[in-house]
Design a protein around this ligand. Structure first.
Ligand code: CA
Length: 627
């Protein structure tokens, strides 16, 4: 009796992702609406075109029946592969606008209609053997952020399929990323977004893509044929498969916090208002600064988000999610996402921006804001604290510690240990100085220290990134900084042309020294577990700051590392001043290897004569490993 009762209690709610389930003999439809009085699916032969109900050859209208849990369903006999559909609902005396549904998994060009396809045919060869690259330790993470166009549109990229998913199946970019030593590639939005017209791709327009249309379909503009609904799906999978084969995990940038617009998107059309937060006067709240904000606190939008990330993790083998304006979502939703992903694979990464563009229409203490990161275990948040301490705040043009302003020293020390008051564990503290937002590093240093020589600016660049890579937080790098990229002073390049956004591969030769420094610092981090102890308790136990009377100097050791790191002590000295500083070293009795000194780094060690004093050159780091 007990078991029967349990089954009854846990009867499963239908899945939102099952809006359209295809088989060669029938296709089943199921859409959720708690307000519709009638709902119908309209099946088309064409991707776009005449939608007149009078044209019986072009459209078949199927009434949906309301069942349990406000899901409306129908089953249509026959093989519908190759056809398209929309859904619409009747309420308050009128039919609403058609849409592809909120969980369309394949769509027509520009995402106007959903497509019925056989998903088994979208898998590239060998997909069944595709595996996430090994990640033996939860701290084995160095994220590299890029946009598909930034990374491959340059004439010097060595890529044939420039700006496409297939670009990242080609040898040159994969070899570059493997050689750099990063573990995770974070790709700017690759779901179907609205700002690029997929019918005029020859115009080569650029957009970051933070304007979601269909959350569960890859963007058509990155495929070689956006008019073929299966093409973008197959090519996105090919990209992920190739990155996995190169040993690199893939992080998706997800933007569940707002949609391109309200009435142009399925969320606004299928169930008007429900998926969004409203102001008291009935207008749409706007915590995103983009005209609307979604309502993760509403049960069915929360369910949608949870199912959507799990769908990408299962169907596309995505290895991590970066949540745009995560502070708009509520903490409970983020915890449920974490729990659902854990059931698929606990090594799937989750982190996001712990802030909003404007105040969301929801109680602050319930939101997934940075301040409450500790309430969402294993969900990370970007640390604007370490960013501002190192290079200055994006809201002014002041220098930071790495460019000669010691004011940030105390905040930087907290960032180095990765457990400021808000992060429960150091890996929840995403250590970074730049990302696609705001100035890139070269431009940031330029606006705050324009009169310095290029040699000095490169020193500042290396020093700032060194602090990121030795921080106990999770490392995050913006792609192209290692090649001294510039966006020519543009601090919001979301729709700037390729000429501003592309990574300049020709710099690989000119700035080979900078590139090599990044590569070596990544190797040093990955070789030394002491720089990524993984929990706050271990950090407290092993990291010790040494008092200095110079505000521009930080010295600390990571000590007693027997059984943790091959080195028994790591010594880090960071000099944010224009002077060479001669420092007393802590007593080191073992064999010492110099890992970084005067703007050079080598994971195997630089030439070094151990002494009880050491010089730290202007704007540079000295790192010593004692064995
Ligand atoms: Ca699109």
């Amino acid at each position: 009796m007990l078991s029967v009762a349990l089954v009854a209690c846990t009867a499963k709610q239908p899945k939102m992702e099952d809006e359209c389930l295809y088989s060669p003999s029938k296709t089943q439809f199921a859409f959720w609406s708690n307000v519709a009085e009638q709902m119908e699916v309209r099946i088309y032969n064409d991707a776009n075109g005449d939608t007149s109900l009078n044209d019986a050859n072009d459209v078949q209208t199927v009434a949906l029946t309301k069942g349990d849990n406000d899901f409306w369903t129908a089953s249509v006999k026959g093989d519908l592969a190759g056809k398209y559909y929309t859904v619409r609902s009747f309420q308050n005396g009128e039919w609403g606008l058609e849409s592809p549904g909120i969980f369309a998994k394949a769509v027509s060009i520009n995402g106007q209609r959903a497509a019925i396809i056989d998903f088994a045919k979208t898998n590239p060869e060998g997909w069944e053997n595709d595996k996430r690259p090994a990640m033996p330790d939860k701290t084995d993470i160095v994220v590299y952020e890029t946009h598909l166009r930034d990374f491959t549109m340059s004439p010097n990229s060595g890529v044939v399929n420039k700006g496409k998913f297939l670009a990242l199946t080609e040898e040159a970019p994969l070899a570059y990323l493997s050689d750099l030593g990063i573990t995770h590639l974070q790709i700017l939005p690759m779901f179907d977004y609205g700002s690029i017209d997929e019918t005029t791709l020859e115009n080569n327009r650029y957009n970051w893509g933070y304007d979601p249309v269909n959350y569960n379909v890859p963007e058509g503009g990155y495929s070689t044929d956006p008019a073929d609904p299966a093409c973008r799906i197959r090519e996105a999978k090919q990209m992920i498969q190739a990155l996995h084969q190169a040993g690199i995990r893939v992080v998706m940038d997800v933007v569940y916090n707002h949609t391109y617009d309200v009435m142009g998107c399925a969320l606004g059309r299928v169930v008007p208002q429900y998926f969004y937060r409203l102001n008291e006067d009935g207008t749409y709240a706007n915590g995103s600064g983009c005209g609307n904000e979604t309502a993760s606190d509403h049960e069915m939008y929360r369910k949608f988000m949870v199912e959507s990330v799990c769908y990408w993790a299962r169907e596309y083998h995505i290895d991590g999610f970066r949540f745009d304006l995560m502070g708009i979502h509520d903490q409970e939703t983020m915890r449920q996402i974490r729990a659902a992903l854990d059931e698929i694979d606990p090594t799937i990464l989750t982190y996001g921006e712990g802030w909003a563009a404007m105040a969301p229409a929801y109680p602050y203490e319930e939101l997934a804001m940075k301040q409450w990161t500790y309430k969402m275990p294993r969900v990370g948040a970007f640390s604007d604290d370490i960013r501002n301490a190192l290079i200055g705040s994006p809201f002014d043009h002041e220098r930071g510690f790495a460019s000669g302003n010691p004011d940030g020293k105390a905040a930087l020390c907290l960032g180095l240990v990765g457990y400021p008051e808000w992060a429960g564990e150091p890996m929840q503290h995403v250590s970074y100085i730049t990302c696609h937002d705001n100035y890139c590093l070269r431009d940031r240093i330029e606006v705050s220290a324009s009169k310095e020589t290029e040699e000095t600016k490169i020193r500042m660049n290396k020093l700032a990134q060194t602090a990121v890579l030795v921080s106990q937080g999770m490392s995050f790098l913006y792609g192209g900084e290692e090649l001294f990229r510039t966006k020519r002073g543009i601090d919001n390049s979301y729709q700037s042309p390729d000429s501003i956004n592309i990574i300049p591969w020709e710099n690989l030769e000119k700035y080979a020294d900078l590139h090599d420094y990044y590569r070596q610092m990544i190797a040093i981090r990955r070789a030394h577990k002491g720089f990524r102890l993984g929990c706050a308790e271990a950090v407290q136990q092993h990291v010790q700051f040494i008092e200095t009377d110079n505000e521009s100097l930080i010295i600390y050791t990571v000590n007693n590392l027997e059984g943790i790191d091959e080195a028994k002590t790591l010594v880090v000295l960071l000099n944010g001043s224009a002077e060479t500083l001669t420092c007393d070293l802590p007593e080191l009795t073992g064999d010492c290897v110099l890992l970084a000194y005067d703007g050079q780094a080598n994971a195997d060690g630089l030439d070094f004569a151990p002494n009880d004093k050491i010089d730290v050159a202007p704007y540079s780091a000295t790192i010593i490993a004692e064995y």
